[in-house]
Design a protein around this ligand. Structure first.
Ligand SMILES: [Zn+2]
Ligand SMILES: [Zn+2]
Length: 270
């Protein structure tokens, strides 16, 4: 089973159209391709986020393509839904209008004690500025707030796949800002692995930081994957692709140790 369920297109911040991605997936011998457009922040000033109205058009296009290519590949319509406390929720109910085949729940913004939303992955500069301005310059406090928010998401909402669980590592190799072997950090991994196990949700092994040159490893880290595996977590390999050529980036490095799961998704349509 060759598949990728974490794919961005021109509907959000991806480079290629859904149809171009489908053709690339067919060319690579994929059995399935799933789309996961970035979805809905409450204030939504960002052009590439799905508004409720745009989400309906997005889903209609993906479903039409699914029919067009049904004899060659299975095409799924998902979303990558943000969790922002007090704002966006990665919950099936919030996306009922488009009945996505699956929902990836992700934290891209950490709610700070002062109510600000500090970006996790936009840029190294915005990360550093967020920690300075909203967490008193305390990186540990920021990272712990990130994981607390991830755990809250796992506990509270109805979604399928936990997206890039340790996204806070994105800039930590090129621009180190905390020690990944520190006891407090490993404690966060343990607590979060516990929350995953309790939720029963699938964890993606996400190669997106490899394709974009930020890391030489997937999310979650080896130490985190070990903890998740020890608790019986289910894994799915995903590319977090932002272009058609990246839909299987570094999959050969993880295919042997991480399971491809043929149907991690609950079909919500007949
Ligand atoms: Zn993401
Ligand atoms: Zn993504």
């Amino acid at each position: 089973m060759k598949a990728n369920y974490h794919t961005h297109t021109t509907w959000c911040d991806g480079k290629d159209t859904p149809e171009a991605v489908i053709l690339a997936a067919i060319g690579k011998g994929f059995d399935a391709i799933g789309f996961s457009s970035h979805a809905m922040l409450p204030e939504d000033g960002t052009a590439w986020l799905l508004t409720p109205e745009k989400a309906v058009r997005y889903a209609a296009e993906i479903r039409a393509l699914a029919e067009k290519y049904a004899d060659r590949i299975r095409v799924l319509c998902g979303v990558e839904a943000d969790y922002v406390p007090g704002g966006a929720t990665p919950d099936r109910q919030a996306y009922a209008a488009i009945a996505p085949d699956y929902i990836i729940g992700s934290v891209h913004f950490v709610l700070a004690p002062d109510g600000a939303r500090a970006s996790v992955d936009e840029s190294q500069q915005s990360l550093a500025e967020g920690i300075r301005a909203h967490f008193g310059g305390d990186a540990q406090k920021y990272v712990r707030a990130y994981f607390a928010q991830v755990r809250e998401m796992l506990e509270k909402f109805d979604f399928d796949i936990a997206g890039h669980l340790d996204l806070v590592r994105k800039f930590n190799t090129r621009h180190p800002y905390f020690d990944e072997s520190a006891p407090w950090y490993l404690e966060e991994l343990d607590l979060t692995a516990d929350a995953v196990a309790k939720s029963g949700k699938t964890v993606e092994v996400n190669t997106g930081a490899i394709s974009r040159g930020w890391l030489d490893d997937a999310y979650p880290s080896v130490a985190f994957r070990d903890r998740l595996r020890a608790r019986g977590a289910k894994f799915i390999l995903s590319a977090d692709a932002h272009s058609a050529d990246a839909i299987d980036c570094a999959f050969d490095r993880f295919g042997g140790c991480e399971a491809f799961i043929p149907s991690p998704v609950r079909r919500t349509r007949p």
